[in-house]
Write a protein that binds this ligand. Sequence first.
Ligand code: HEM
Length: 448
Amino acid sequence: MAAEDVRALELDDIQNGVLHPRPVPYVATYLVLRIDDSRGGRAMLRELIPSIASAADPTSPERDAWLSVALTYQGLAALAVSRASLDSFAPEFREGMAARATLLGDVGDSSPARWEKPFGTADVHVLLTAISPDLARRDDLLERAREAYRHTAGVEVIYRQDAQVAATGREPFGFADGIGNPAVEGSGIASSNPRERPLNAGEFVLGYLDETGALPALPQPDVLGRNGSYVAFRKLHQRVAAFRQYLSAQSSDPEEQELFAAKMVGRWRSGAPLALSPEYDDPALGADPSRNNDFLYHDDDPRGLRCPVGSHIRRANPRDAFKDELIGVNRLHRMIRRGTTYGPPLPEGVREDDGADRGTVFVFVGAHLGRQFEFVQTQWVNGGVFLGAPGEKDPLVGANDGSGTFTIPRVPVRRRLHALQRFTTTRGGEYCFVPSLSALRWLASGFR
Ligand code: HEM
């Protein structure tokens, strides 16, 4: 291995949004921009660069608010990046999320034909994210972004999505979220799971060794690819009333209802994991970051008697479940999630749909769209082969069609829930690339 392969993470060149956890509480705004003129696009980037935070000083409170910029394949083309360079990006990114809809389970109401415009069209070029613990700093970031595009001919904002944490701190189905994320070697940010070794930086940032010991393919030229990451951005509408109706129809009393809800997620509403508290919710455990992610499955709960093998969190991160077969295979499918929630919460106890749009802006960050996001989405969320239940999908976010089942292992007899519907609808999404700060400067300067 060449010495230069084992590089320290260049935090001052990586965008903060890649490595920094989402602040709590938070307010966020996502803007989509279209570039009609490559010179205008480059001018806008030039103005924007001073406001884009790097990942340096990871523990500074200033890092809790940031502006980040990501580009789609069409966006790079709109900036007049060369054909050879465009061709060097990952195939999933080049194709775009809409082209991969069937594979991802984005069918029926979730199909690109039904997506909110401009998602899935060739108009989505730039995705700007402004995120902050408070409204004042979010607005300040947006104002700085506005300064960059306001006076630039040939650049237009074509979509805006606001997001904010609910007063309860929970996502729309009513669960604490944003708990489990992998730690990145060299990021300076501690692991939320003391039993998970930080992952090699190349799993999340291009230009570094990944868990296979290889350097992932770098988009060319090096200055463009190095210190960049891929993003899967998805607006997922949540059918909260349908979720509540389903739970009450399946259970005999409110206590059982809460148990089934927890079994579907793998955590109680407070965030307390079933792996550590299988019988009842334990809000103190849920709120304690030193304990709420400190567990594995293989030795403590091999059959899923506490946390069902088919639950959302165990599918999305089976941790050490494959220990016997191949040590560490799960490390090839880890995902950084930077999601936020949007829309007004459905008031407690309401079971009728009020027609409001609410859900999660799901944001995956990593170096491998294919073996991380797409693998988890297709094989673990929407597939059941790996857990020996080929017909089952994720009960919370899987592409169920009303005939789905969810198995809850129990002794002496397992319990099986039937007639699972789809509780989330994809309203749009894009694959993006988050360039490093030097790549942004290279793009802004017309490739010099
Ligand atoms: C609206 C859709 C979704 C909702 C409401 C949702 C909700 C949740 C909740 C409540 C948790 C537990 C708390 C936490 O660790 O953050 C969680 C964890 C997680 N979710 Fe989701 N999720 C959604 C979509 C997805 C999708 C589509 C994927 C993957 C493609 C995914 C991957 C994960 C992962 C990797 C974890 C962490 C698991 C762990 O490390 O234990 N989620 N999600």
